[in-house]
Design a protein around this ligand. Structure first.
Ligand code: SIN
Ligand code: FE2
Length: 217
């Protein structure tokens, strides 16, 4: 086996990789914070458990989700929306940890979006086979702020297209510690995640965790 072909060790962060106008990959940007982020995730999902949301069409999503912050993204038979409380408990979502907000602010600035103050963080948990079909993040009401998306655990193939559904998406492999940021002309770009491949991550086992930071109103 050729070691480097199969090496999933993230490289140290160097510089933004522009994938579209207003969209960058910051490879390895969250690598040093990953352990702290994952410890916080464990506490958050103990308070607001991961769950498979139902979409308006009636099926359950393969990705399990939770939220932290003032607002959380939820879906049910009646549609998608942001909610100040967790529909499972009726309680407010857990507060966004300082280390989350700080990382999102720094990543956005690195991508050219200064002063990003997310108030919503979607926590996505992928197990092998889970996928997220192409979609736009358009429920936020506030489209001047970018999206900051942090990958942890198993590698994923991230699909990133244009602002029309028919635009053929490019594929990017995202590893533990990688961050994607999209805003400005790419804010409404279609994106998704291909079915997660089997694997065993040293810290997360058969899982990928994604943290998606947004400014919702
Ligand atoms: C999302 O679009 O909410 C998540 C993207 C990802 O898991 O990388
Ligand atoms: Fe999204």
């Amino acid at each position: 086996m050729t070691a480097d072909l199969f090496d999933d060790t993230p490289s140290p962060y160097v510089t933004p990789e522009v994938i579209a106008p207003g969209a960058v990959l910051l490879r390895g940007f969250a690598r040093e914070q990953a352990q702290a982020l994952l410890q916080a995730v464990e506490q958050l999902i103990a308070a607001a458990p991961l769950r498979h949301l139902v979409v308006p069409g009636g099926h359950s999503m393969s990705v399990a989700m939770s939220n932290c912050g003032t607002l959380g993204w939820v879906s049910d038979r009646s549609g998608y929306r942001y909610s100040a409380s967790d529909p499972l408990s009726g309680q407010p979502w857990p507060a966004m940890p300082a280390c989350f907000a700080e990382l999102a602010l720094r990543a956005a600035a690195e991508a050219g979006f200064n002063g990003f103050k997310p108030n919503a963080c979607l926590i996505n948990r992928y197990q092998p086979g889970a996928r997220l079909s192409l979609h736009q993040d358009r429920d936020e009401g506030e489209l001047s702020a970018p999206i900051v998306s942090v990958s942890l655990g198993l590698p994923a193939v991230f699909l990133f297209g244009g602002t029309r559904r028919s635009d053929n998406p490019a594929r990017y492999r995202l590893l533990h510690g990688d961050v994607a940021v999209w805003g400005g002309p790419s804010r409404l770009a279609y994106h998704g995640v291909a079915p997660l491949a089997e694997g065993d991550h040293p810290r997360l086992g058969r899982q990928r965790i994604n943290l998606t930071f947004r400014r919702a109103v």
